[in-house]
Write a protein that binds this ligand. Structure first.
Ligand code: 13P
Ligand code: SF4
Length: 352
């Protein structure tokens, strides 16, 4: 049947019917930034770290990943050879991940090695599998926003300097937590044409020119100040992909899982009336609705991720309708598997 002209109720009913049909052969995973029309069908919802951690324990032959491409690629990497990972829209590709190309990362690491610097690459999970493979080959690891501090410490113990990519903001926010002074945090370009300076030679952390356009451009320090002056004594909590001048004005920063936990705690304790959350809008909106009447959740900005939004109920249904023939399967190039897995497993083992 063609569902293009069907209303939402028919689409949701058919998704539920297909889920029932596939039973234990199907698991649907969803990132917290997915819209409610997806979350209502998801079996496991989580942040990037939680979802990656759950993959090895999943028995189902079919894993439908509702999120963006790099997340589904990581799932495909960690899945068993007998399992298949599907992404309902392959065009759902994180804007930040697109800012680091594997060839550029490799060239920069080669140049740093030729300059005699022992550099450990640390890739935020928001990067392509090809980038993770380069990082794995150069002895580095992956991190998420939940474990960036632990993994930056891990990387610093293994080299003279760390190349943190793609997110310059998460890199700087984490470096600050570890007490790395500003002059030891050095921005570089993707061309690698600026690596011969004194500053680079003395750097503790080299920062790739990447960012999340949603967290960097739409969440501004003056918005935090405005909230604090409107609601004196109330907290602002943000995702660490926000710029350091935003994070430093806030009362806490952490992954999507951290933000949810803080809202849950605040609602349970009942001491705070208002709480401002700075991250992707679908998640903030869900929290606003879930805790309405108990705590007033205010979004720092109406910032939604257009890539996350690409996965919608009709596309989820289309994947389920064609599950048997494998439409929407995410495949991983054979030669990238071993080095990319090394980078991911270093994180999973160190953060066990
Ligand atoms: P988490 O690591 O908190 O899941 O965030 C992923 C992401 O894409 C944030 O923009
Ligand atoms: Fe990527 Fe930003 Fe969207 Fe997260 S919110 S998936 S970092 S573009």
């Amino acid at each position: 049947m063609d569902y293009k002209n069907c209303g939402p109720d028919a689409i949701h009913a058919r998704i539920a019917e297909l889920k029932k049909k596939f039973g234990s052969a199907l698991v649907i995973l969803g990132h917290h930034y997915q819209a409610d029309e997806i979350i209502r069908h998801v079996d496991i919802v989580g942040d990037s770290l939680e979802l990656a951690r759950r993959i090895p324990d999943i028995e189902a032959r079919n894993i439908v990943f509702c999120g963006v491409y790099f997340m589904a690629e990581s799932a495909a990497l960690l899945a068993r050879p007998t399992q298949r990972v599907f992404l309902p829209d392959h065009a759902a590709d994180c804007a930040m991940a697109r800012m680091a190309r594997a060839a550029d990362v490799e060239r920069v690491l080669e140049k740093l090695a030729a300059l005699g610097m022992k550099t450990v690459p640390l890739a935020y999970v928001n990067s392509s599998l090809a980038v993770k493979a380069v990082v794995g080959r150069f002895g580095g690891a992956v991190c998420t926003s939940s474990n960036a501090k632990t993994m930056l410490q891990w990387a610093m113990e293994r080299g003279d300097t760390v190349l943190f990519l793609p997110d310059r903001n998460l890199g700087r926010n984490t470096a600050r937590i570890l007490g790395i002074p500003g002059e030891k945090q050095v921005f570089i370009s993707a061309s690698g044409n600026d690596l011969e300076s004194e500053a680079v030679r003395g750097a503790k952390i080299l920062l790739w020119p990447g960012c999340c356009p949603i967290h960097e451009s739409l969440m501004k320090p003056e918005m935090v100040d405005a909230f604090h002056s409107h609601f004196p004594g109330c907290r602002v909590l943000v995702h660490p992909e926000c710029t350091p001048d935003v994070v430093q004005r806030c009362d806490g920063a952490g992954s999507t899982a951290y933000l949810i936990r803080e809202v849950e705690k605040a609602a349970a304790e009942g001491r705070e009336k208002n709480l401002c959350i700075g991250t992707e809008f679908h998640l903030v909106h869900r929290l606003m609705e879930r805790y309405a009447g108990r705590i007033n959740i205010i979004p720092l900005a109406q910032a939604s991720c257009s890539d996350m939004e690409k996965v919608d109920a009709p596309k989820l249904l289309a994947v389920l309708e064609h599950l048997e023939d494998g439409t929407g399967v995410v495949s991983v190039e054979e030669e990238l598997k071993a080095p990319a897995r090394d980078a991911v497993v270093r994180m999973l083992e160190h953060c066990r």
